[in-house]
Write a protein that binds this ligand. Structure first.
Ligand code: NAP
Length: 400
């Protein structure tokens, strides 16, 4: 690393595995930060000012890559890359507290959420091309709240809510699996604007009802959480500043024969509501299967429990795991997966199968071990298969 600094910093990078070397970014960059050699297009960290002008013209999304680093990679190092480096451990314990000092920018949050794919954040080959970074803190899209509904039973603390944001005449194109940023109003104790919070979009690309210009968010109230309380308390007609859309890889394959295995906990179900709705509306007779492994403490805390029951099994096979039902043993999603070992192994043998994991960071390892066991039981090696699936954009992880 040649550009040394004393603080953690965010670095903009271009994914050499996805970039088609079309020169669009270099032509677009207003500060000459993007350059290339015969191998790669790269971003000079000493020039990049994060204006984002290069993001939306990029035809592949390869431009939308970010890492939080202690010292930036120089252009010469990037010229030699054949793949992006993994996100380094930037937790406070790993950085001597420095990570607490930085304002976690949205892209760094996304990089961290996707770190479970070992830096190989690759969209499914058939995925539609996403629009990204159209709106930012300085130029947010202003949405109007048109609905705010409780998803969990009245007795449940920390309610989960389904919040609908309408963009009116503002073009805000999204794909299932993308996220948006919410700018909480007001200033923090130091007089600085609050951090932007990220939420997955819980609706399909053409809105809560077909051809409406709105999105839904699934938000769990967190006792002291500034943004979750702000969102959960919104009333119809309130205005919300929204940034994004973000995310160019955690996307659906546009292939009706693709098998989609979705594994989530709690509000990690948000993108999978979008996935399910899109397939139900556009490909109701798709030959590819959709499976949902969904973990919650109790049925009363499971977002979308009622509507999910009504989705026919032919479209979506549902496996619920409850961890805190009184008198019953704790069941996690990975336990339900093990119960479906034969089915999952059969699907994993197929090249058209995609896995999506979304929710608590803690479940990543348990799911990984379960897949390892399931593969071993069927004569496959998960470590090898996982690498193939990552490289082919068929293994996706978004955990917080
Ligand atoms: P939660 O209610 O705290 O937990 C859901 C379930 O996961 C519980 O049954 C819990 O069991 C179980 N669980 C805990 N540790 C686990 C492990 N190691 N392996 C498997 N299951 C485990 O969930 P939540 O509060 O809704 O949080 C969901 C997560 O999704 C958050 O981290 C959130 O940031 C993230 N997320 C949210 C969105 C969004 O748009 N809102 C999008 C993507 C991701 P216990 O009874 O043991 O606790």
């Amino acid at each position: 690393m040649s550009v040394a600094t004393s603080e953690m910093l965010k670095q903009h990078l271009i994914d050499p595995e996805v970039c088609i070397r079309c020169n669009t970014c270099e032509e677009t960059c207003p500060v000459g930060a993007i350059t290339h050699d015969s191998n790669n297009y790269v971003v000079d960290a000493s020039k990049c000012n994060f204006c984002m002008d290069c993001i939306s013209p990029c035809p592949t999304g390869s431009i939308d890559n970010w890492r939080v680093v202690k010292s930036a990679w120089g252009v010469d190092e990037q010229f030699g890359w054949s793949e992006l480096p993994a996100q380094q451990d930037i937790t406070p314990s790993a950085t001597g507290g420095q990570a607490e000092a930085i304002d976690y920018e949205v892209q760094a949050l996304i990089a961290e959420a996707h770190s479970g794919v070992g830096g190989k954040t690759i969209a499914p080959l058939s995925a539609a091309k996403p629009s990204v970074n159209l709106f930012n803190r300085d130029k947010p899209a202003v949405a109007i709240v048109t609905g705010n509904f409780r998803l969990t039973d009245e007795g449940v603390d920390n309610d989960v809510r389904h919040i609908i944001l309408d963009f009116g005449d503002t073009r805000f194109p999204v794909l299932e699996g993308q996220s948006v940023g919410v700018v909480p109003p007001g200033l923090d104790d130091h007089g600085a604007p609050h951090r932007i919070r990220l939420y997955s979009i819980a609706s399909p690309r053409h809105g809560e009802r077909p051809n409406t210009n709105n999105i839904a968010l699934t938000v769990k109230r967190d006792g002291a959480g500034l943004c979750s309380n702000y969102l959960c308390d919104l009333q119809k007609g309130d205005k919300v500043s929204v940034t994004g859309p973000f995310g160019a890889t955690f996307l659906m394959p546009n292939d009706s024969s693709a098998n989609i295995i979705m594994i989530c906990t709690g509000t990690g179900s948000a993108p999978f509501r979008g996935f399910t709705e899109w397939r139900r509306r556009m490909m109701p007779d798709a030959p590819g299967r959709m499976l949902l492994f969904f973990g919650a403490r109790r049925p009363e805390e499971l977002p979308y429990f009622g509507p999910l029951q009504r989705v026919p099994e032919t479209l979506l096979s549902k496996y619920f795991a409850y961890s805190r039902i009184s008198g019953e043993r704790k069941v996690y999603v990975q336990d339900r997966m093990r119960e479906q070992s034969a089915l999952l192994a059969g699907l994993l043998r197929k090249g058209a199968t995609h896995i999506y994991v979304c929710g608590l960071k803690g479940m990543e390892q348990g799911v990984d071990v379960a897949l390892d066991d399931i593969c071993r039981g069927d004569g496959m090696t998960w470590r090898e298969l996982r690498e193939v699936m990552r490289t082919e954009g068929r293994y996706h992880v978004e955990t917080y």
